[in-house]
Design a protein around this ligand. Sequence first.
Ligand code: ATP
Length: 256
Amino acid sequence: MMPLLDVQHLQKTYTTRFGAHQVQALADVSFTVEPGEYVAIMGESGSGKTTLLNILAALDRSTAGEVLLGGRSLSAIREKQLAAFRRSHLGFVFQDFNLLDTFSLRDNILLPLVLAGERPAAMERKLMPLAQRLGISELLSKYPYEVSGGQKQRAAVARALITAPELILADEPTGALDSRASARLLELFEAINREGQTIVMVTHSVEAASHAGRVLFLRDGRVYHQLFREGESREHQVRRISDVLTGLTQGGEQDA
Ligand SMILES: Nc1ncnc2c1ncn2[C@@H]1O[C@H](COP(=O)(O)OP(=O)(O)OP(=O)(O)O)[C@@H](O)[C@H]1O
């Protein structure tokens, strides 16, 4: 089976203005994600997580290396087609929700379909079951500032899912949520993953990462280690992740 995501020897060097300084954010990152996987990406601040996610999201280009999504190279997509590509293949969930404040939750969730030129009847058919599923069907006419953080994030998940994307990319999705809302969001991610949705999630939270089927650890722009959850209980997985993170910060060596 072809991997859904194939990341090959990614490098990213940022050159500061006037070329005075170069920062190597990604040195050499390779991994694959199979359809239906749920992968968490962890690493200390500055290890390259956001840089990697931005490249996977086709928001930024790598300096070298390749990302293939469904066998198609992101670097081969023309600039003008990137927005449409992103909209039809990827769903995004961010720490700060990224909802438009002047739009109701309904309009926020439907936005990707509106931009894709979908007909109203078809949009409504997709919206209702999804809203029900996420427990926000009573809130659709409300505005983001009228609902809780957890409700905003569930609306953002609905917006990400409504186009049935191949891949959900989540950047610290529980970062702005209290522990109850975090737990609910993580259960939701686990449930949509069980139904087959592929998810790649950057997180600092051991709790969040313990829900994933696999955790990739970045250090100094490389994949330093990975842990599969396999049959492990979440409690045990929390302990295993914490142990790797301790090794990371103590600078110990470990084979990826
Ligand atoms: N636009 C940029 N220009 C120059 N350097 C950058 C830029 N973006 C990131 N960097 C540098 O690249 C390295 C990796 O940054 P990145 O944001 O990917 O790390 P991170 O793991 O996401 O960190 P955090 O957990 O703090 O978000 C850092 O040294 C950072 O300072």
